[in-house]
Design a binder for this molecule. Structure first.
Ligand code: G3P
Ligand code: CA
Length: 387
């Protein structure tokens, strides 16, 4: 039996749901709505559909801050999603990249001006400030800022308020919110640039496992997923006997950087093929594909018919959690946009429902409240409102 097929009970125990009545405030507790059973073995692996707060509730707060994670949980997210990188002294902190000029005020800090440098990260030259050049104490003097101020101007209200959190703090917050909200809040951790961090002597996996163990969420049934765009680190975790569910992320183009570094020609498209998914199922419980790999877009801006990815993944026991769902026009298929302003909301619920109907097991979303509503619409068979 593949590793993936053993997961079924885990997610069911952890998650979900809080299918919220549409008329009920987002944080109100509720009972789970029944889901129809899988029609055949392997069709669906988890008993619940997951809403993952992508970088927290990054549609409403600067990403990867405790405020963003907390809001995501209060909005009904089942999991909060920290991406992690390392400081100079080996502490895992939540940032989408190790280069932090886009998400902190580091460029405004004269005391760190000399730290600006150029590095090659995963084969791409990048200029800026890097977490691995800062001790945790130094990094803590910085403050988070909104990554997308043009699209999310409201979020700039919170610029300068929040520190860069450590993974430890995210795990503490998870435990506190689980207690307060009386439902399990999970953590869906992504290791960023693992080959690069290995190359500079700051491997991510060991401190990750230490942090999870110290927070007592290191077991198979713990409310945790570990995800990565690379393959080698996930395989190594599996070989080390780590029982926490693993998720192979799949980009819409290119290849995992660990394969590039090893001279392995396999691409993400190869990994997403039926044969590739069968291999992934040997070490992971799920895949996290770019959502366009599940439902591509037609040339006229409409959503096309779903690819075979969901069925192929389910056939070998893998969960499918695509990324990233966002409410703003600029991120939606052109046919679902409302008006021309990139920052205005379009018909996000229509998009969400198309994906639930395609059989996904969960979604990463910047707008967890919208994700929760869409899941309830799907589970209760209510159509998305017409435009
Ligand atoms: O981890 C799922 C999704 O977050 C992957 O994309 O680039 O936002 O980390 P990214
Ligand atoms: Ca991520």
């Amino acid at each position: 039996m593949s590793r993936a097929r053993r997961l079924r009970a885990t997610v069911a125990a952890v998650a979900v749901a809080v299918p919220l009545s549409l008329a009920v405030p987002a944080a109100a507790p509720a009972t789970a709505a029944p889901r129809p059973p899988a029609a055949e073995p392997g069709e669906a692996l988890a008993d619940d559909l997951l809403v993952v707060g992508h970088r927290g509730a990054s549609g409403y707060r600067p990403e990867h801050t405790l405020a963003s994670y907390e809001l995501a949980a209060r909005m009904g997210a089942d999991y909060i999603e920290p991406d992690v990188v390392s400081t100079k002294d080996g502490v895992l902190v939540a940032r989408h990249e190790n280069e932090i000029s886009g998400t902190t005020d580091v460029a405004e800090r004269p005391e760190f001006a000399a730290r600006r440098t150029t590095k090659v990260i995963d084969g791409t030259p990048l200029t800026g400030w890097f977490t691995e050049d800062f001790t945790l104490a130094e990094l803590r003097t910085l403050r988070a800022v909104e990554r997308l101020p043009e699209v999310r101007e409201e979020n700039t209200l919170y610029d300068g308020l929040y520190q860069v959190p450590t993974l430890d703090e995210v795990l503490e917050l998870r435990a506190e919110l689980t207690k307060e909200l009386r439902r399990e809040i999970g953590v869906y951790v992504e290791t960023k640039h693992p080959t690069y961090f290995d190359s500079i002597g700051l491997s991510l996996e060991e401190p990750l496992l230490t942090d999870l163990r110290e927070a007592r969420v290191h077991k198979h049934h713990s409310p945790v997923f570990i995800q990565s765009f690379e393959t080698t680190n996930l395989r190594e975790l599996e070989e080390m006997g780590v029982r926490i569910p693993l998720v192979q992320l799949l980009s819409g183009s290119g290849q995992p950087y660990d394969l590039t570094a090893a001279g392995d020609p396999r691409t993400y498209a190869d990994l997403a093929s039926a044969a590739g998914l069968e291999e992934i199922a040997e070490y992971a419980e799920g895949v996290g594909p770019d959502k366009n790999m599940v439902i591509p877009r037609n040339a006229d801006g409409t959503l096309s018919t779903p690819t075979a990815l969901v069925d192929d993944a389910h056939r070998v026991g893998l969960l499918v959690h695509p990324y990233t769902f966002r409410n703003e026009n600029v991120f939606l298929p052109p046919a679902l946009r409302e008006g021309t302003a990139p920052e205005d909301y379009g018909q996000a619920l229509v998009e969400h429902l198309a994906f639930w109907e395609a059989g996904i097991d969960g979604m990463f979303t910047d707008n967890p409240d919208t994700g929760v509503v869409s899941r309830e619409l799907f589970e209760t068979g209510v159509a998305a409102p017409a435009a």
